[in-house]
Structure formats: structure tokens, C-alpha cells
Ligand binder design. Structure first.
Ligand SMILES: NC(=O)c1ccc[n+]([C@@H]2O[C@H](COP(=O)([O-])OP(=O)(O)OC[C@H]3O[C@@H](n4cnc5c(N)ncnc54)[C@H](O)[C@@H]3O)[C@@H](O)[C@H]2O)c1
Ligand SMILES: N[C@H](C(=O)O)[C@H](O)COP(=O)(O)O
Length: 323
């Protein structure tokens, strides 16, 4: 049984949750919504439950809901930081259900980083918060996975100027080792191929356009290759995402957030999935955000959430088989 968090109640989470249930109620994967019932009951039969086990019994007939309370009524498209505590509580409770063995994985509905930050939330988003909840702070790695491409940014939710200063061999080691292990264990790839993007145009043109490749990336790759990882690069980023290039690797390690997320969301926005690696639990999420600009208009696509639910179920199975 997957547990689906509430996300920001003013976003499209409630809408895509209902659409996802209609699409999976007979075929699965089954999930329980952990959030305010009033967000998902406007067009569907829902059933209040207390546990994921009770949710499994009703899933084909009603959307199961483990209830939370909102501080203020949600207005689609108009986020209210007073409801941030319920957003955060839903994530924490979902992790607890997986840690206690009552649920198999967490799938998160989108949150607004800006809204939760207003309440002093100490994380840029779900990813590092999940690592803290799981007792592995700093071990989290963010992957975006789609039908055409998988990318993992080495630096994530920081200003680009800061991302460049953060780029160090230790960060490349942590990221690459975590990715290698996850592709073997959770994605069932026996010999995963990791391609690494350069930071600079033309991957530095042998030092003419920047020295991060020579000084940081290449030495780190040599260490990882000596450990037996199939990791190559650094490649010129502008040709790393062509169909021909993508056929030669299983994941692209990128130097900063948008170096990977622009091609991923350009190629696979509809079915891209955000996967948190490095955790003792499985967590996926849609590759999009709260979409406040369309919330409440019933035009949101559930495809990425459906892909996230299905990938979570697959990763759970793969991890179980790998044990
Ligand atoms: N995993 C997450 O929780 C997550 C991911 C990305 C962004 N965010 C947050 O979401 C908020 C808004 O971010 P943003 O505007 O950069 O990105 P966004 O993904 O919310 O929206 C970008 C554009 O894509 C459209 N869109 C997004 N999902 C869609 C869907 N399912 N169907 C149809 N159209 C869709 C939106 O209408 C918007 O025009 C920010 O606070 C950001 O921090 C959260
Ligand atoms: N970087 C992701 C994206 O742009 O889609 C997303 O913001 C991740 O956020 P979480 O850490 O809240 O999953």
C-alpha cells in the first residue's frame, strides 16, 4: 500500500489525486491519501480510514483517506502558509507509516517551497527533509527519471553561483556511489552506466573555458572508475542529451539543477518522476510543482503522478527482490 501525501492544499495535488484514483482504482497500484478529506471529496466516493491496511480493503470502491486537519479552508491557486503545518505533518506521518512497515513507499504531492519556508521549515523541499526523517541527513540524492532519460544533479536547490562553489570531489563521490547502488538495487540494472556532464561549455575545452573539469571532475571520475563504477566523462553538456548520446548511458550526472532538469522536463515532463535516492525507504513524486496558476480549473494532467505511483511500486518490488 503506497501512501500519498497531501501536498499544498491550494495546489493541483487534490485534483491529480482524484484523477489518479479513478485511473488506478481497479488496476492499482493502491494508495491511501494522507491529508484533509475535504480536498478530495468533491467528486468522488471517499472512505476515512485509520490505517493503510484498512485502505487496501476499500481502494477499489472509494478513495481511502487518513485524515488531517487544515488550519484554514484551502482556496485553489491561493496558498496560505497557515496550512503549512498540515503539509509538513502529512510528509512526516507518511514516512512513519513506511518505517513501521504499514505502508510500502511514500509518494508526495507537490509542495510550495516558498510557502513552507515562511513557517521556518529548515529544508528547501521534501528531499533533505525526508533524509532527516529517515535518520540519514545529507545522504539524499535527487533523481528525475523519465521514459527517455534519467538525470541526477550533483548540486540541487542553491543559487547557481553557490552551486559552482559547492562542486567538490566529495560531493561527486557521494552522488555517484549512491546512484550506482540505487540503479543496481532499485532499478535492477546489474551494470549501470553513468555519464557525467562537464560544467563549462565544451566541457572546458581542455582548460580554455574553465578548469573545474581538470581540477575537480576528472580526478573524481578516476577515483570512481578505480572503484569499479562504469562512469565516464566529463562530456560537453550540449550534446549529452541527444538520442545517440542517451543510448550510451543509464543516467546523466549533471553539475547543477537545471543542467539536468531542463532536458528531462523538455523530453519527459508528462511522465517524469522525482525519485529520492539514498534513503532507507522508497519515495517518489511527480516531476512538477503545485501549479497554482491552474489549480481548481480541472485541467491538471495526472500523468506524472501516475508515473510516480507506478514507479514507487516497481522500486518496492525491485528492492525486495534484491534482498
Ligand atoms: N516536487 C515538488 O514538490 C515540486 C516540484 C517542482 C516545483 N515545486 C514547487 O511548486 C511551486 C510552483 O513551481 P513552478 O511554477 O516552478 O512549477 P510547476 O511545475 O508548479 O508549474 C510549471 C508550469 O507547468 C504547469 N504544470 C505543472 N504541473 C502540471 C500538470 N500536472 N498538468 C498541467 N500543467 C502543469 C503549470 O501550470 C505551470 O504553468 C513552487 O513553489 C515550487 O517550489 C514543487
Ligand atoms: N527539483 C525538483 C523539481 O524542480 O522538480 C523538485 O523541486 C524537488 O523538490 P522536493 O525536494 O520537494 O522533492
Amino acid at each position: 500500500m503506497l501512501v500519498l501525501t497531501q501536498g499544498d492544499p491550494a495546489g493541483i495535488g487534490p485534483e491529480i489525486t482524484q484523477k489518479a484514483w479513478l485511473a488506478t482504482r481497479h488496476s492499482g497500484p493502491a494508495f491511501v491519501f494522507l491529508g484533509a478529506p475535504e480536498l478530495v471529496q468533491n467528486a468522488l466516493p471517499i472512505q476515512i480510514v485509520q490505517t493503510p491496511a484498512q485502505a487496501a480493503e476499500v481502494f477499489a470502491h472509494a478513495l481511502p483517506v487518513i485524515p488531517l486537519n487544515l488550519a484554514t479552508p484551502a482556496i485553489p491557486g491561493t496558498p496560505d502558509s497557515h496550512n503549512a503545518p498540515s503539509v509538513i505533518e502529512s510528509i512526516a506521518q507518511a514516512v512513519g507509516l513506511v518505517q513501521s512497515g504499514q505502508a510500502s513507499a511514500v509518494v508526495t504531492n507537490p509542495i510550495s517551497k516558498e510557502v513552507v519556508q515562511k513557517t521556518g521549515f529548515a529544508h528547501p523541499g521534501h528531499t533533505s527533509y525526508l533524509a532527516e526523517l529517515c535518520g540519514v541527513p545529507g545522504q539524499d540524492v535527487m533523481m528525475l527519471a523519465g521514459p527517455s532519460l534519467r538525470v541526477v544533479p550533483v548540486t540541487v536547490h542553491v543559487a547557481l553561483r553557490k552551486a559552482i562553489t559547492q562542486l567538490k570531489p566529495a560531493l561527486i563521490y557521494k552522488t555517484a556511489r549512491t546512484v550506482h547502488r540505487a540503479l543496481q538495487r532499485d532499478f535492477a540494472l546489474a551494470a549501470p552506466r553513468i555519464a557525467v556532464a562537464g560544467l563549462n561549455p565544451h566541457a572546458g575545452e581542455n582548460g580554455l573555458m574553465g578548469t573545474e573539469e581538470h581540477d575537480i571532475i576528472i580526478p573524481a571520475l578516476k577515483t570512481l572508475q578505480a572503484e569499479g563504477l562504469h562512469i565516464t566523462g566529463p562530456y560537453p553538456p550540449d550534446t549529452l542529451f541527444t538520442p545517440q548520446a542517451r543510448a550510451r548511458y543509464d543516467v546523466a550526472l549533471c553539475m547543477y539543477h537545471d543542467q539536468g532538469l531542463i532536458p528531462l522536463k523538455t523530453l519527459d515532463m508528462a511522465e517524469g518522476v522525482n525519485v529520492t535516492l539514498g534513503l532507507p525507504i522508497i519515495r517518489t513524486s511527480p516531476d512538477h510543482g503545485t501549479a497554482f496558476d491552474i489549480a481548481g480549473r480541472n485541467v491538471a494532467e495526472p500523468t506524472s503522478l501516475l508515473a510516480a505511483l507506478r514507479l514507487a511500486a516497481t522500486l518496492v518490488e525491485n528492492r525486495k527482490n534484491a534482498q
